[in-house]
Every structure is written in structure tokens, then in C-alpha cells.
Design a protein around this ligand. Structure first.
Ligand SMILES: C[S@@+](CC[C@H](N)C(=O)[O-])C[C@H]1O[C@@H](n2cnc3c(N)ncnc32)[C@H](O)[C@@H]1O
Length: 228
């Protein structure tokens, strides 16, 4: 039976370019590479994971799908064990944003304009955007999807060498700002509510006035960007 992806991984898959060699970091069951190779979007893929258990899951999927000639499975902490330029499109999905930013920072070869990075952070998307902006990457595309009331965001970026001017709210919304699609608006509203809740808790506790002030500036900028 062909691999079926859930809405979150379908969104990630839609960001992968036709004909690209894929590296899927933190692949677990390797559903994404198996789907992309099976459907002909990618001719080849590397599916890697930090832990032997998930990598066994990946091998099982690859074997069952009869894709062992096209998908390599590699045990690796982030991209550490992957050769430079082994892929055109590099996916880091289903992990926290802080971890994704750390894994990206250890792979210097990603600073190549031809390489597309596709990130799908489960939390702290602001850390991923901030890392891209700070390190000369341009975010080309962002979209979100809801599944069972939970929102997911995916971003695609490439190295351009350009530094982005980072306004207070930009890392919290990125290219979602200005989108009128209902999923993006819902995602941003939730992000704003989380920021407000954190700021209000800090104000009430009086524990970290500098952070409360920073969050107030983020919220003001957020409002301007969301409803220009
Ligand atoms: C929740 S699963 C996500 C699987 C798949 N990418 C997805 O989006 O559905 C997270 C996977 O990341 C792997 N992982 C965590 N830290 C990692 C690291 N430093 N390097 C590579 N993989 C890692 C875990 O072992 C786990 O299999």
C-alpha cells in the first residue's frame, strides 16, 4: 500500500522540490522520504536519525516499500555524519525549534545557495527564524496547517548571504505575517495569545521586568504586522 502522509507531513512534502535529492534529519519511520521517492518527487534520499530504534523503524519502512536502492538510512546526530552537499533539500521536521537551530548551526555546508532547508518546528519556531535571519539565510516560504486542532508551521529557506533587519515580532511570525489564509491567521492569533499570557504573567509576578518590556515591544510590533 502506498505511504499516506498526515496533514503536517503533507505540508512539509509540498515544500520539497521536484527532482531534488533529499536528506530527512530525525526521520523516525522515514515516511517522508519513502513517500517522496515512491511518488517520484525525489530520485534518492538519505533518512537519518540520532537513535537506533527510530532508524530501525526507517529501515523497516524502506524495506517494506521496496526502496532500499534509493533511500540510505544513516545513524547521525543532526547532519554530523552526513557528507557535505549530499542533498539538495534538507528537512528537519517534528523536532523543537531550539534543537533544529542547533543542528543547522553545526553543518557549515548548508550555507550554499542551491541547498533548500525545510524546517517544521514543533515549538519555538522563533528560534529557527532567528537563526536563519542571523546567519544570512532568506526564508522563501512559510505555511501552516491544522490537524485535530493543533497548528503546525513549515518554513523553507536558502543561503543568500543577506542579513535581515529583525524587528521585535519578526521571528514570531516571519512570512506568516501578511498572509490572509485562515490557517495562518489562526496560527498567528494563537502565537499572540501565548506571548500575551507570558508577558502578563511576568507583569503580575514582577519577576523579570526586562523580559516583560521586551514582550510588550514584540506584541506591539506583532499587532502592526498582523493587521497592517
Ligand atoms: C517526533 S520524531 C519526528 C519524525 C519525523 N521527522 C516527523 O516529522 O514525523 C523526532 C525524531 O527526531 C529524532 N532526533 C532527535 N534528536 C535528534 C538529533 N540530534 N539528530 C537526529 N535526529 C534526532 C528522534 O530520534 C525522533 O526519531
Amino acid at each position: 500500500m502506498p505511504i499516506q502522509l498526515d496533514p503536517r507531513l503533507s505540508l512539509v512534502a509540498s515544500f520539497v522540490r521536484q527532482g531534488s535529492v533529499l536528506a530527512d534529519i530525525g526521520t523516525d519511520h522515514a515516511y517522508l522520504p519513502a513517500y517522496l521517492v515512491e511518488t517520484g518527487r525525489c530520485p534518492r534520499a538519505v533518512a537519518s536519525d540520532l537513535r537506533p530504534g527510530p532508524l530501525e523503524n526507517a529501515k523497516e519502512t524502506v524495506m517494506q516499500a521496496g526502496l532500499a536502492d534509493s533511500i540510505d538510512t544513516v545513524l547521525s546526530d543532526g547532519l554530523d555524519a552526513l557528507p557535505a552537499l549530499c542533498a539538495d533539500d534538507v528537512v528537519l521536521a517534528g523536532m523543537g525549534g531550539i534543537l533544529i537551530a542547533e543542528l543547522l548551526s553545526r553543518a557549515a555546508w548548508l550555507k550554499t545557495p542551491a541547498v533548500r532547508i525545510i524546517a517544521q518546528p514543533m515549538s519555538h519556531a522563533e528560534d529557527v527564524r532567528f537563526w536563519f535571519y542571523e546567519n544570512g539565510f532568506t526564508i522563501d516560504r512559510e505555511a501552516c496547517v491544522f490537524d485535530k486542532h493543533r497548528g503546525y508551521v513549515a518554513l523553507a529557506a536558502h543561503y543568500s548571504g543577506e542579513k535581515t533587519v529583525i524587528t521585535p515580532a519578526l521571528p514570531y511570525g516571519g512570512l506568516l505575517f501578511g498572509q490572509r489564509d485562515p490557517a495562518a491567521l489562526r496560527f498567528l492569533e494563537r502565537q499572540k495569545a501565548r506571548l500575551q499570557k507570558r508577558r502578563d504573567a511576568l507583569l503580575k509576578a514582577g519577576s523579570d521586568p526586562a523580559e516583560a518590556q521586551r514582550l510588550t515591544a514584540v506584541l506591539e510590533d506583532f499587532e502592526r504586522r498582523m493587521y497592517p
